[in-house]
Design a protein around this ligand. Structure first.
Ligand SMILES: [Zn+2]
Length: 159
């Protein structure tokens, strides 16, 4: 997504996109011995929905740099699709889908996620964290960028 010129967005240290405030998730979910702050994901979603390109790009860099944040972003897409549409469609979960426009690594991620037990207990999503660790930064960023499109799309659906 590109930025919107002359959008009148304020800039500076107080410039935040707080519409989607997120706190943190227990990192044990991904096999980590630390909480994972989700503030960058909230900033990413907020900036995207508010059309602020510079903040979106910066937040995407932050999310993509942390495999746990990248995994959480993609997991939120899966949760959103489950809640709103009953699950992910084959175009998003089939790594070999012939016509899918979904990023191949994102499809592999979702395909792997479908093989795991559900729930948020300790170590429930370690393989997904490891998958993200196995991607190089450019691939992870591209997969996150694509995941963001799906997440904002789900959030934009009327309730
Ligand atoms: Zn901004």
């Amino acid at each position: 997504m590109s930025s919107t010129p002359d959008s009148g967005q304020p800039t500076g240290p107080e410039h935040v996109h707080g519409r989607y405030r997120m706190t943190e998730v227990n990192g044990s979910l991904y096999g980590l011995n630390r909480p994972v702050s989700l503030v960058p994901i909230g900033q990413l979603v907020g900036a995207s929905l508010e059309g602020c390109g510079p903040c979106q790009a910066a937040a995407l860099d932050t999310v993509a740099a942390d495999p746990a944040l990248a995994a959480r972003l993609c997991d939120l897409v899966g949760t959103g699709y489950q809640l709103r549409l009953g699950g992910l469609p084959p175009t998003m979960t089939d790594p070999d889908h012939p016509v899918s426009q979904v990023h191949p690594q994102l499809r592999r991620y979702f395909a792997l996620g479908c093989t795991l037990r559900t729930g948020e207990g300790p170590n429930a999503r370690v393989p997904l964290y490891e998958f993200m660790c196995g991607l190089d930064l450019a691939e992870r960023r591209a997969a996150c960028d694509n995941a963001l499109d799906f997440l904002t799309g789900i959030l934009a659906l009327p309730w």
